[in-house]
Design a binder for this molecule. Structure first.
Ligand SMILES: [Zn+2]
Length: 55
């Protein structure tokens, strides 16, 4: 699972496909909420606010 900014979305998808050998599902963070999961405040690859969830 990756939480990334727009700039690193492609990188997250590439890594996901490499690891899981199948395309990920994409979600826009503002549009999803999980009761037992706190959205990270930064992208997995940089210090910017994340916008996408790649799972
Ligand atoms: Zn980023």
């Amino acid at each position: 699972m990756y939480v990334v900014c727009a700039e690193h979305l492609d990188r997250a998808i590439d890594e996901f496909v490499e690891v899981y050998e199948s395309p990920p599902d994409l979600y826009i963070l503002d549009e999803v909420s999980f009761t037992d999961w706190i959205t990270p405040s930064t992208c997995d690859f940089c210090d910017r606010a994340p916008h996408y969830l790649v799972v």
